[in-house]
Design a binder for this molecule. Structure first.
Ligand SMILES: N[C@@H](CC(=O)c1ccccc1NC=O)C(=O)O
Length: 306
């Protein structure tokens, strides 16, 4: 019998790593090749800030829209040139290990997508230590239900997440919409350099603000939940793109590959792409560029299917 989360051949590979090596594997900025770690993180913030400033200056938008009663439950909606409530909508969930990042610095994909008629929503959620993983997953679920209720004529809802945000988006593959009074018109997922098995994170310093227990990590691991899922995808046409950077760490690459394989076994319409010459941060900077491989893959999926 296959042991849950361990693959068909026994022990999870990360369990053989020393504490230092595990820390290293789950520190994305240590794997970048074109600049130092600190400079990378500064550049990441700067590019996010510039993209957001640019999006807010050039696109029609609704900013800080509450999707719930909580202080942190806000989202920004950026509209295409020809405002239409029937546009496809792409919701973006930023990364930062569930403890950093902001919707106000994450409008990376807004200009390339709105130019092609796609409305983009950048979603904020309560970061740790204020927010727990369970709360963040619930907030993300409610943000999607909110968009569906506001724009019932949408031509498809697509979820895109980076790193920790890809984890939150991936959890929506398993969401139970019956308690939300609406089933969103979900047509695709774009999961970028994500983490799908949270168990190794428990043993790294990233867990200090998260305070995840082993049990909590397992309950919020789409990798384990999908392996155990008895249900098939309700919409077989819904596409799941799993991407990882060529220069992401071997553990990040393993997580993406194994998640993709599990999706395929579960009957999902999934594809896997390693983005050449990109590290964990450059992969998201690509989204600010109309002609990058990742932007083009996302646009092809949305424009073909809606
Ligand atoms: N301190 C982390 C920061 C990090 O992992 C990160 C930063 C911005 C966006 C995504 C990130 N990773 C996962 O969510 C690092 O070592 O790179």
């Amino acid at each position: 019998m296959e042991v849950r989360g361990r693959g068909p051949r026994g022990e999870a590979p990360w369990k053989k790593l020393s504490k230092e090596e595990l820390e290293n594997q789950y520190s994305p900025s240590r794997w970048v090749i074109r600049r130092g770690a600190e400079e990378t993180l500064r550049t990441y913030s700067r590019i996010g800030e510039e993209a957001t400033k640019n999006a807010r200056a050039t696109r029609r938008s609704l900013l800080h829209v509450p999707y719930g009663d909580g202080e942190g439950e806000k989202l920004d909606i950026y509209f295409p040139e020809e405002v239409s409530e029937a546009s496809p909508f792409c919701l973006f969930f930023h990364g930062g290990y569930w403890q950093s990042g902001s919707k106000d610095t994450s409008a990376f994909m807004v200009n390339p997508l709105t130019t092609r008629g796609v409305a983009v929503v950048i979603v904020a959620y309560d970061l740790a230590p204020k927010g727990t993983l369970d709360q963040m997953v619930d907030q993300v679920t409610r943000s999607i239900a909110f968009v569906q209720k506001q724009y019932p004529c949408n031509e498809g809802i697509y979820l895109c997440g980076h790193s920790a945000g890809a984890h939150l988006a991936a959890m929506m593959l398993l969401a139970n919409w019956t308690t939300h009074g609406v089933t969103p018109n979900l047509k695709g997922f774009f999961l970028v350099s994500g983490i799908y098995d949270l168990e190794p994170i428990v043993y790294t310093t990233q867990n200090a603000p998260l305070l995840m227990t082993l049990e909590g990590a397992q309950q919020n691991s789409p990798q384990l939940l999908l392996e155990a899922a008895l249900t098939r995808p309700s919409d077989p046409a819904c596409h799941v793109l799993v991407t990882v950077g060529q220069h992401d760490s071997p553990e990040f690459q393993r997580q993406s590959r194994e998640f993709y394989q599990t999706l395929c076994r579960g009957g999902w319409n999934a594809s896997f792409e390693e983005i050449r010459d990109a590290d964990h941060f450059e992969i998201i900077w690509n989204l600010t560029q109309q002609d990058s491989v990742l932007t083009q893959m996302i646009l092809r999926t949305i424009l073909r299917e809606h």
